[in-house]
Design a protein around this ligand. Structure first.
Ligand code: HEM
Length: 143
């Protein structure tokens, strides 16, 4: 009887310890950086950075900035693993006909890095975003 009580107590203790242990569910980068407000800050900073760069701004002269803001936000949200749906066009379609060269592509990435830096992302967090975007490069260059 005593053994049974001891065993029950042990089982209960193990159960309580298991419940109290921190959850190991991996957090998305989206949550880690602060979710929607941070994503919106990056987009806003990026638009600002582009507007101050003569070379890159030239590409955006005829762009509907309200649409760009909305679609870029969604895209960044998905890129960071957030709970969004991207409703814009494919990267190929959007950048087609612009004949974007490597130098301008790299400059744009630098502007995005500045935008992320100003929104408070750490270097590892910035790199995580760039790593997801890197494979899309071929859809944008010289199209
Ligand atoms: C770093 C990777 C890039 C990403 C993730 C990206 C993403 C996007 C997104 C999500 C849109 C909006 C799509 C839509 O309206 O359906 C867009 C539009 C646009 N992007 Fe990019 N982009 C990138 C690089 C570039 C580069 C390097 C340039 C030019 C130097 C560029 C120029 C543009 C322009 C001009 C538009 C507006 C298109 C229009 O007015 O119809 N993007 N981009």
């Amino acid at each position: 009887m005593v053994n049974l009580v001891k065993a029950s107590f042990l089982a209960l203790s193990l159960f309580l310890v298991a419940c109290a242990a921190p959850s190991k569910a991996p957090q998305s980068l989206y949550d880690e950086i602060g979710g929607a407000p941070t994503i919106e800050a990056i987009t806003e900073n990026f638009i600002n950075e582009v507007s101050f760069n003569e070379t890159i701004y030239r590409y955006f002269e005829k762009t509907n900035i309200t649409r760009f803001r909305e679609k870029f936000n969604e895209h960044l949200c998905v890129t960071t693993g957030g709970p969004c749906t991207y409703t814009g066009d494919t990267m190929l379609r959007v950048h087609q006909g612009k004949n974007i060269n490597e130098a301008d592509f790299n400059t744009t990435v630098d502007l995005l890095v500045n935008a992320m830096e100003k929104a408070g992302l750490t270097y590892p967090q910035q790199n995580q975003v760039l790593k997801v975007l890197a494979p899309m490069r071929d859809e944008m260059l010289y199209k």
